[in-house]
Design a protein around this ligand. Structure first.
Ligand code: PBG
Ligand code: ZN
Length: 326
């Protein structure tokens, strides 16, 4: 006797009743790129259609649209006027992200504003911290110190959550201690806990103007081949006090998302990165795929794999589709 699975697939209402995983606009965080320029500015990025560099006033306007779509959380990336060896713009109260946090929170107190904490957008060499000539890479412990400063600047500006993305060891322990010592014990940390050295970040580096001027990030970001290490990295951040863990990129790492979901009870975010977004855009435009359906299937796969939160450039398009369905 075989089982008739199709019995439960024939009626559409029954299919809905039995759907195990459902996407919601509450699942999404939308990335915004804030450029430090005079006056209003909005520039679309060639490699990421639909994604813009924005001035702070344009970013504030963008939040109106996001809220009307039911999207209430954003993550901010900054593009400063001036870059230098230590990323000073990120360490100054008048730096671009600090300004953006203040302006956005003033206009939209109910928008949940997350800041990406790193230095690659602010350094002239494009690496994620202070360089150490001896190892021709980023100096871990010196970078921890300036990360603490950057965190306090964002905290003072009124950010709702920080998201350190630099893959420095001890990053979470040191940030948690700095925040607590300064009265920010209620500010949550979403760690980019398992972040791979990925070619999928290509288009992001166009929009964030953050390509390394030499070498690559393989001496601090993870080797895509390593599954055990991927779990260890996230468990370590849990131990150090992270509130939310993350896997990045998402699409080629669904196994890792599930592994970490099974290994930790902390909430798990995934970052559906720039290259993943652009691939669908290009294929959709070429008429090779049904863009909307492939997008929704992809986002659903992240959630099914174990993601509680999805950081995605598709958030607005997906929200529009989810609205129609209701
Ligand atoms: C910076 C950072 C990167 C991304 C998010 N934060 C780029 C990198 O590590 O090179 C990538 C996001 C994307 O590709 O959409 N540390
Ligand atoms: Zn970085």
């Amino acid at each position: 006797m075989f089982k008739r699975f199709r019995r439960l697939r024939i009626n559409p209402v029954l299919r809905d009743l039995l759907t195990e995983t459902k996407l919601s606009t509450d699942d999404f965080i939308y990335p915004l790129f804030i450029k430090d320029v005079e006056g209003s500015f909005k520039k679309e990025i060639d490699s990421m259609p639909g994604v813009f560099q924005l001035s702070t006033d344009e970013a504030t306007k963008e939040c109106d649209e996001l809220k009307s779509l039911g999207l209430n959380s954003i993550i901010l990336f900054g593009i400063p006027k001036v870059k230098d060896s230590i990323g000073s713009d990120a360490l100054c109260e008048h730096g671009i992200i600090s300004k953006a946090i203040r302006e956005i929170k003033k206009a939209h107190p109910d928008m949940f504003v997350i800041s990406d904490l790193c230095f690659c957008e602010y350094t002239d060499h494009g690496h994620c911290g202070i360089l150490d000539n001896k190892i021709e890479s980023v100096n871990n412990d010196a970078t921890l110190e300036i990360l603490g400063k950057q965190a306090l600047i964002h905290a003072k500006a009124g950010v709702d959550m920080i998201a350190p993305s630099g893959m420095m060891d001890g990053m979470i322990e040191s940030l948690r201690a700095t925040l607590d010592k300064n009265g920010y014990e209620n500010l949550p940390i979403m760690s980019y806990s398992t972040k791979f050295a990925s070619a999928y970040y290509g288009p992001f580096r166009d929009v964030a103007e953050s390509s390394p001027s030499f070498g690559d990030r393989r001496s601090y970001q993870m080797n895509p081949a390593n599954r055990d290490e991927a779990i260890l990295e996230s468990l370590e951040d849990e131990k150090e006090g992270a509130d939310i863990l993350m896997v990045k990129p998402a699409l080629a790492y669904l196994d890792i998302i599930r592994d970490i979901k099974n290994s930790s009870k902390l909430p798990l975010a995934v970052y559906n990165v720039s290259g993943e977004y652009s691939m669908l855009k290009v294929a959709g435009k070429a008429g090779v795929i049904d863009y909307d359906r492939v997008m929704m299937e992809t986002l659903l796969a992240f959630k099914r794999a174990g993601a509680d939160i999805i950081i995605t450039y598709h958030a607005k398009e997906a929200a529009k589709i989810l609205k129609e369905v209701k």
